[in-house]
Design a protein around this ligand. Structure first.
Ligand SMILES: NC(=O)C1=CN([C@@H]2O[C@H](COP(=O)(O)OP(=O)(O)OC[C@H]3O[C@@H](n4cnc5c(N)ncnc54)[C@H](OP(=O)(O)O)[C@@H]3O)[C@@H](O)[C@H]2O)[C@@H](O)CC1
Ligand SMILES: [K+]
Length: 491
């Protein structure tokens, strides 16, 4: 893979534009297909040197063309190869027709494929061009291969995975390895597509990086490259007052733990000072559990107004364990012109009337980050959640535009989107991160970044990444407490 394209995500539509631009610039498109198909055959031999037979399943488009190239290369190398085609191979066009006519092997109809022990399937049925549910014939073949436990190498994408959304169109192969070309597509990262890809190899077939970058949108993989230049403000040697002061709001006496988790995570993630703002009746519960985190009585809006006169308290987390209702709404609206992570109950409190929150976010000049998981997203943005055709990325982008906030749409494939449309998809979170209190820790890390002066988008993306790394370090038996201890330094 080209280093400059390491974090770039390209939608299938953008990939088509890149293809066209490559052809227009005089690059031989058949040479690209040859390069793609040869890379697939190399991966097959590398991963399955003991295969008794390579079974190449070819579709009606250029993905199928790559399959014919791979089949020819494997046969040239002396491997046993069988080719099965979906539809009439004589109807292929362009480069795919050329690849087929250069392939010396007999082509059988897809339905004739019976899995045998020792088979390795090369899935070249559909790639980036899949636009609707797989034909029944393809679905039946997938079922047979899966019943026969045949390992599958996918060309570009496992057939059935939608490259734009990661959704499964009717059925899909579950590949052990996928070879894609030039750059990752959203479907390689979004669930459930991601788990159908197996290991992912991004192969450089020779399209100049410039042609790709110029036509790729504002979508990236979430790595330090997306926010690292803003992380210098987080030098741990900086005096504590310069590292910001984070305020975290506690719920009542029976629900104080979530806010304390956010507060300790904020401290561990580098906020200079953290104060837990507690209602009167929860002061004793909070005081008995806190050491480095400070405690302040903030019972109602008057207390909050008085506290907000201190401009050094420059970022807030509101929501974890706070309780849903008017108090959460009043507090959030007062905090909107500062830097605010609105999480959990904080967001749900605006479910029935979000207009004022979004207007404040648009006009106040503050930095608002909202962190919905799927259920919270559907409550706060029901009309966007109901748009079945949108991908998770497109939903997060639409929500960010509507709310004028940075939206962190959480899940195993968390998407962070800014109102500008800029978005990253995260891929470093282990499944064990889905544990009680994990979201509270994430909100605290975000709060710490905001307190230290990072812009909202970068603060959120960096927090999601550090949270994922913390999850990896904490390992399988983690609790939210051990997760806090495992928050890594910023790279
Ligand atoms: N990017 C690059 O630079 C390079 C890309 N390369 C390769 O090209 C691949 C993209 O090729 P592609 O655009 O021809 O799409 P592909 O996935 O083969 O399928 C499209 C065909 O299927 C059809 N069709 C769609 N859905 C259907 C359905 N459910 N059921 C039935 N039919 C359906 C659709 O026809 P339609 O009916 O929609 O008109 C069309 O005929 C890419 O994945 C990569 O492998 C390499 O060669 C190297 C250079
Ligand atoms: K495929």
């Amino acid at each position: 893979m080209l280093e400059v394209l390491r974090d770039v995500l390209v939608t299938p539509t953008e990939m088509t534009a890149i293809d066209n631009a490559a052809a227009a610039s005089g690059i031989d498109s058949f040479a690209l297909m040859r390069s793609a198909g040869t890379a697939v055959s190399a991966a097959a031999l590398r991963l399955f040197p003991e295969a008794l037979r390579f079974v190449v399943l070819c579709g009606p488009g250029n993905n199928g063309g790559d399959g014919y190239v791979a089949a020819s290369a494997l046969a040239d190398g002396g491997a046993a190869v069988a080719v099965f085609a979906l539809g009439n191979p004589e109807a292929l066009k362009g480069d795919a027709a050329r690849a087929k006519s250069a392939c010396p092997l007999t082509v059988q109809p897809l339905e004739a494929y019976e899995p045998k022990l020792g088979d390795v399937v090369i899935d070249a049925l559909f790639g980036a061009g899949l636009t609707r549910d797989l034909p029944a014939e393809a679905q039946r073949t997938i079922a047979r291969a899966s019943e026969g436990h045949v390992p599958v190498i996918a060309v570009d994408l496992p057939s059935g995975v939608d490259g734009r959304t990661g959704e499964i169109r009717g059925a899909s192969f579950a590949a052990v390895h996928t070879v894609t070309f030039m750059a990752r597509k959203p479907g390689h990262l979004l669930m459930p597509g991601r788990v159908r890809c197996g290991t992912l190899e991004v192969f450089d077939i020779g399209i100049p990086a410039r042609l790709v970058s110029e036509r790729a949108g504002d979508l990236r993989l979430n790595t330090p490259a997306a926010w690292g230049s803003h992380a210098s403000a987080l030098d741990p040697a900086t005096h504590k007052y310069r590292r910001g002061h984070l305020g975290v709001f506690s719920g009542g006496p029976r629900s104080t733990g979530a806010a304390r988790l956010s507060a300790t995570a904020g401290l561990a993630a580098g906020a200079g000072l953290v104060t837990l703002a507690s209602p009167t009746e929860a002061l004793a519960a909070n005081a008995s559990h806190l050491t480095a985190v400070m405690l302040r009585e903030i019972h109602g809006t008057e207390d909050l107004a008085a506290w907000l006169k201190d401009k050094r308290v420059n970022a807030f987390v509101l929501g974890p364990g706070f309780g849903v209702g008017k108090k959460a709404r009043d507090f959030a609206l007062m905090l909107c012109d500062r830097a605010l992570v609105l999480d959990a109950d904080g967001m749900t409190s605006f479910e029935k009337d979000r207009t004022e929150l979004f207007e404040r976010a648009a006009s106040s000049g503050g930095r608002l980050v909202m962190t919905p998981h799927e259920g919270e997203f559907a409550r706060l943005f029901p009309e966007i959640a109901a748009e079945a055709a949108l991908s998770k990325i497109e939903k997060a982008q639409a929500a960010a535009r509507l709310s004028h906030a940075v939206v962190v749409y959480k899940g195993p494939d968390t998407v962070v989107a800014a109102p500008s449309g800029h978005a990253v998809v995260n891929d470093n979170a282990p499944p064990s991160l889905a544990t009680a209190g994990s979201g509270d820790v994430l909100a605290g890390i975000m709060g710490a970044h905001l307190a230290q002066g990072m812009p909202a988008f970068e603060a959120a993306a960096a927090a999601v990444w550090r949270h994922g790394e913390a999850g990896r370090r904490a390992g399988r038996g983690m609790t939210a407490e051990t997760l806090v201890e495992c928050i890594p330094p910023l790279p």
